[in-house]
Design a protein around this ligand. Structure first.
Ligand SMILES: Cc1cc2nc3c(=O)[nH]c(=O)nc-3n(C[C@H](O)[C@H](O)[C@H](O)COP(=O)(O)OP(=O)(O)OC[C@H]3O[C@@H](n4cnc5c(N)ncnc54)[C@H](O)[C@@H]3O)c2cc1C
Length: 440
């Protein structure tokens, strides 16, 4: 076994891992990123399926938030193109485009049996934002039920919550949804030109240009721990196993996997209990449909309400035509699982998604559409590693071992990629305060 030394060794090249790596490399730390796959970027990357550049996860990339700030801070290009218009609701077979603000009020007034109920709900949400956030012990659905029993308002809020947070209104803590509204998540967003891999390569370039090292096809097998302190990694590489030493280890593999890699025996019992009790992955179904014409005419986030399951659709190629072969398009449709903690019938979840898309698109679905892929993102590759409000902190009970990514989100930052970038920012700040670069 050979041994190399780094200031910081990072497991995983997701947006959280690479954001941390770019920030650290830029400020003089000797950084190693080790990624188990050939592809960098994790759930924010691109796969090429017969000329269709499909996302491995994220589609709507928030602008003007912690993610864009990361790119600005490290001087990396942020090739995100805004769709115009950005948001539409699809209600009772009709599509309504929305201004960046005020859409939710419009939606509730539009669907409510009695407009006074819609107004009451809006004013209670405003009060929750301005005065006191609701408890984290009550679901948003139960919180809402205090103010209305209108099934259309409940249906509309379920659609919006599933679209934004990928879990259901009966699962998300009311306090977490209100925190999300306060940060203005996804109010301004776009799609990555040429696919998410461009955004990822732009961060990876910063790492490399500042002396950092990125290994792909390199799976971290073990986090080395001595005297309750992280000391390095054992990594499987194509040429054999290597051991690297590091003053700090950052894991982008999700808090549960981090425990597996370092060994449960090395953590404090209280930390293990917190991770075991809190972490709840949020799964999602994604359907990709190719066609020779757009199947919906809206280029941005298309939120259908009162569906069986589908909560969000993107006719991505209206904004970024380069994502499909010339003259072709693809549509992506997401749905939250009926029960995010499961077990669920995966085949049925996919069927419900397809049925919804067929209903929304109409006869063009079968006439012009061809299903490219239908995937359940769950287990080790979920939409989020933990539900909003169910995150653990970034520091672990092992000194020098941090988590970044969407399983260690900060309160309020619940949109996928921005939340991961924000964890990297606070972890890097902590590292800069505790560890000097160099001097191994
Ligand atoms: C279908 C879907 C749709 C989504 N839509 C959106 C959206 O529209 N907008 C949005 O902002 N977010 C969206 N998200 C969420 C977003 O993709 C994630 O929140 C974000 O990409 C997670 O980043 P991360 O930093 O947690 O790292 P991850 O993407 O989880 O990356 C972790 C990396 O670590 C690697 N790794 C794990 N274990 C090891 C090991 N032992 N050794 C080496 N490498 C390892 C993995 O291979 C991976 O590359 C979506 C997700 C999915 C799945």
């Amino acid at each position: 076994m050979t041994k190399e030394m780094y200031d910081v060794a990072i497991i995983g090249s997701g947006i959280g891992g690479l954001s941390a790596a770019a920030r650290l490399a830029k400020s003089g730390y000797k950084v190693l990123v080790t990624e188990r796959f050939r592809m960098l970027g994790g759930r924010c990357s691109t796969v090429n399926l017969n000329g269709y550049l499909l996302s491995t996860g994220a589609i709507g990339i928030e602008k003007s938030g912690p993610l864009e700030q990361t790119f600005l801070d490290v001087g990396a290009a942020f090739p995100i193109k805004r769709p115009d218009p950005q948001l539409a609701y699809h209600v009772d077979g009709k599509t309504y485009t929305m201004p960046p603000r005020g859409g939710l009020r419009w939606l509730l007034h539009h669907v409510a049996a009695d407009e006074r109920d819609a107004e009451k709900v809006m004013s209670m949400m405003k009060r929750a934002m301005m005065w006191e956030e609701p408890s984290m012990s009550i679901s948003f659905r139960d919180w809402l039920a205090q103010y209305t029993s209108d099934p259309n308002i409940h249906g509309a809020m379920q659609g919006v919550i599933a679209a934004m947070l990928v879990i259901n209104a009966w699962e998300v803590p009311a306090g977490a949804f209100i925190q999300f509204l306060k940060t203005g998540g996804y109010r301004d967003f776009g799609i990555c030109e040429g696919g998410n891999i461009n955004m990822i390569e732009s961060l990876a370039d910063v790492v490399r240009k500042n002396g950092g090292t990125i290994w792909n096809n390199a799976s971290a097998k073990r986090i080395l721990v001595a005297k309750w302190t992280a000391t390095g990694l054992v990594i499987d590489r194509p040429g054999g196993q290597v051991e690297v030493g590091a003053k700090v280890v950052i894991s982008n593999a999700g808090p549960k996997n981090t425990i597996g890699l370092a060994g449960r025996e090395n953590f404090e019992r209280g930390y293990l209990m917190e991770v075991d009790q809190k972490i709840r992955p949020g799964p999602v179904v994604a359907l990709f449909v190719a066609s020779d014409r757009p199947l919906i005419q809206h280029p941005g986030a298309f939120i259908p309400v009162n569906t069986r399951r589908v909560c969000l659709m993107f006719q991505t190629t209206l904004t970024c035509p380069e994502l499909a072969p010339k003259g072709m398009h693809y549509l992506e449709a997401f749905s939250a699982f009926t029960d995010s903690l499961g077990p669920v019938d995966l085949k049925k979840e996919i069927e419900m998604n397809i049925q919804d898309v067929r209903d929304i698109v109409g006869e063009a679905f079968d006439k012009h559409g061809r299903i490219l892929a239908a995937e359940c993102f769950h287990g080790d590759w979920p939409a989020v590693h933990s539900w909003p409000g169910y995150d653990v902190g970034q520091k672990t009970s092992i000194e020098g071992l941090y988590n970044v990514g969407d399983g260690a989100k900060l309160p309020g930052w619940y949109s996928g990629t921005p939340s991961a970038a924000e964890t990297a920012r606070v972890v890097v700040e902590d590292i800069q305060n505790r560890y000097k670069p160099g001097a191994n």
